[in-house]
Write a protein that binds this ligand. Sequence first.
Ligand code: IMP
Length: 433
Amino acid sequence: MPGIVLIGAQWGDEGKGKATDLIGSHVDYVARFNGGNNAGHTVVVGDEAYALHLLPSGIISPHVVPVIGNGVVVDPEVLFQEIDGLQSRGVDCSRLLVSEEAHVIASYHRVIDKVTERFLGKHRIGTTGRGIGPAYADKVNRVGIRVHDLFNERHLHDKVEASLHQKNQMLVKLYNRRPIDVDATTDELLRLGVRLKPYVANTSLALNRALDEGRSVLFEGGQATMLDVDHGTYPFVTSSNPTAGGACTGTGVGPTRITRVIGVAKAYVTRVGEGPFPTELHDEQGEWLRRQGHEFGVTTGRPRRCGWFDAVVTRYAVQVNGLTDIALTKLDVLTGLKEIPICVAYDVELEDGTRERCEDMPVDQSRFAAAKPVYETMPGWSEDISQARSFEELPATCQAYVKRLEELSRCRISLIGTGPQRDHVIQLRSLVD
Ligand code: IMP
């Protein structure tokens, strides 16, 4: 039975919510496997727009079991806010399953995220300030708090004490802040645990059983390939694995159960936060893309950096995720441009000062940061494409643009987003079988 992984192929905000929602209506389970409430996607159903950060987008579909996997870091306060917000609009959230092994974002993680960024100054990452990095750091340092820890007072107190021991030294001595109280933090977490308990489950077991019984699962990634802590533009990355492999480690489902890996790529590129971005436009053209594409963060409201489609990045995403399909989103945003540049390769400087054309992602980050895009220009189109329901209905120049992206990416494009509504889409082949 299908185990479908859906991930971002660029730097995030590719419009995964829409694709997830589309596929989600054909699957039984939607499981998030990484990140936390640093993600943000808007799901539009009819006239209602839902901004989700932590909850899997499958929460909107009544037949889907939404799952928060062990690879996610859960801020229970944010989770309850999202549940309350949806329930007040008549969306039933009682089917939600939260992994008992997921790590918890406590209030001190948010504090540390913010003070660290301030302390780093010009070396800051530009994080979302949601405590994501510090929660994952605790996980790897083996001083994290897991969901099931919230149900045992003595045990939790010990864990909070162990976790805060070093942090308080740092807060007081390095950052000149007040220490965080162990008892008050334990009480706060215990209270959150009471409300969380009905949702908590062994989600690895639930997902494996579902697959055994012939049900289909969509594994939904937060963030994107280029923000992956291993494969992204380190150190300007998030602290988890948004790449396809993260779907397995982040849910406790083996790789042999994955049947399809779909990468979502925008018809141009955006990025939030700091870090290299070869095709970034610093001029009016970038401003135009930002306006046309409404490129402001759902989670932080920050204006996104905008640039032309980068085929080197997409080829890399195809490689590290083993993509079987690309879902190309926001093609309509480019309507009205006379010409559309596509970055086909980079011009990079070698150690001896000579320059070289580079078709593959440079592993050396300083080389990537200094890479100059090599552009090829395609003719644009001016017709409204939002009503097109088949590839043939797109203007010829638009078809040629899509075909060229497919060729350069070395992966088939199976879905094209042509506007913000759910039905503004061209499906070239099924994504679920
Ligand atoms: P963190 O995930 O809050 O630690 O932030 C690390 C980097 O990832 C920053 O550059 C963020 O802007 C970026 N980031 C985190 N989540 C998202 C997302 O959902 N979309 C785009 N960028 C993100």
